[in-house]
Design a protein around this ligand. Structure first.
Ligand code: ADP
Length: 384
């Protein structure tokens, strides 16, 4: 999704992809086939370019430190920043040391440490038998893989064998999840996007509303300031996404960080003057940052999560025909149940109406189903 904006900005992009079928490899003019954890492949790419950036956080830090040491390319974000998006234990340690608000957390090296965290939680009022904590693998998690809510250390015994150390967190009784994104250039200029609300199911984001409804201007500003402070403290270059929990008593706690364009920012591709992919490129190429202003009072984004149908094209065509102001983005990935294979977005006046339109298109594309109201009240039926 960076390729379109790169062409518009006149930037030449070379993609490192593990195979020719990867989405980015299908779209890029220049592709190197190789793995992101193969030092030789990454160094060969770095040798060819001025700036190296990422669309995921899985390049091993030693490889990136080697590039910086040898001056092969400017690595943006740099490895010392990126590690806080790669390792959730390091992220918690650093944010806590910097005084940024986090859930209560513990480092665990075995089931007994999880039991001790459960004791701590129970000591604060929860019944010990019903006490629960969230356990996370420090590295490699995504979309809820690597997150378990447990009531016993034995529930994650397998993970200790695999990962050694785990992150344990209090189960935050959040009222909603928010996300704050900010772009930062190498020289320190930052531009925040508006804070959005994201909704997840089983750890997977399915819907985003921009701006977050009913967030008062002071809270909006203080969350943007938090995101900016984290970007500065960690010396992030490019887009930073700060995923947050909002609690009933008005607290905002950092859940996790991503240092790249993020799912919760996809709305900006169609709903803001400058989309997050363009903004990331401007930031890492050290170009002036674009305006993050919304182009309508509200924008919504709904993810297309794979269902049982392989063919998304027929439903996508119908969604486009039904709603010409809605934008459909398909990623060219094989459909697997629950996999993010695209998203739809629309912008306008009324967030409820926007959500209804986006979900109608989503069902049409994923399931081939028209909603009842589209059929004049007839029973829902398979459409394709
Ligand atoms: P991933 O790296 O898979 O995105 P996250 O750490 O963001 O993992 O967790 C996925 C989801 O699990 C979150 O969006 C949130 O809904 C829930 N979650 C994570 N941590 C906590 C917590 N400490 N308390 C309550 N819910 C949590």
């Amino acid at each position: 999704m960076m390729l379109g904006p790169a062409i518009e900005l006149g930037l030449e992009v070379t993609v490192l992809a593990t195979g020719p079928a990867e989405s980015a490899a299908q779209g890029a003019a220049r592709v190197r086939i190789g793995r992101h954890d193969d030092e030789e492949a990454v160094r060969a790419l770095a040798d060819e370019v001025d700036v190296l950036t990422f669309d995921h956080e899985h390049v091993p830090p030693p490889i990136l430190h080697g590039l910086v040491r040898d001056g092969l390319a400017a690595v943006r974000p740099g490895p010392d920043a990126l590690v806080h998006a790669q390792d959730k234990l390091l992220m918690r340690e650093r944010l806590t040391a910097l005084g940024h608000p986090c859930p209560r957390w513990w480092r665990a090296t075995g089931p007994a440490d999880v039991e001790a965290a459960l004791d701590d939680v129970a000591a604060e009022g929860a019944d010990r038998r019903s006490a629960r904590v969230v356990v996370k693998t420090p590295r490699g998690g995504y979309d809820g893989h690597g997150v378990r809510v447990v009531s016993s250390g034995e529930d994650v015994a397998d993970w200790f064998t695999e990962h050694g150390e785990l992150l344990v967190e209090e189960l935050v009784p959040f009222t909603r999840e928010l996300s704050a994104q900010v772009a930062r250039r190498p020289g320190g200029e930052t531009v925040p996007f508006e804070v959005v609300r994201s909704r997840q199911q089983d750890g997977v984001c399915f819907e985003v509303i921009a701006p977050a409804p009913d967030l008062d201007p002071a809270a909006q500003r203080s969350i943007q300031d938090l995101a900016r402070a984290i970007a500065e403290d960690l010396d992030v270059t490019g887009m930073l996404a700060v995923e947050l929990f909002e609690t009933a008593d008005g607290r905002v706690l950092v859940n996790e960080l991503a240092m790249r364009p993020h799912n919760t920012g996809h709305w900006s591709m169609d709903g803001a003057v400058t989309g997050q992919f363009e903004q990331h490129l401007r930031a890492v190429a050290d170009l002036p940052l674009g305006s993050p202003a919304r182009t309508a009072p509200h924008a919504v984004m709904v993810n297309l999560l794979g269902g049982s149908r392989d063919d998304l094209a027929a439903g996508a065509r119908e969604a486009m025909a039904q709603d010409p102001s809605l934008k459909v983005h398909l990623y060219g990935k094989d459909v697997r149940p629950g996999r993010k294979v695209g998203h739809v977005s629309c912008a306008g006046e009324d967030p409820e109406e926007l959500l209804a339109r986006a979900h109608r298109a989503e069902r049409l594309i994923i399931e081939g189903r028209r909603s009842v109201e589209d059929q004049g009240g007839a029973a829902t039926e398979e459409n394709a």
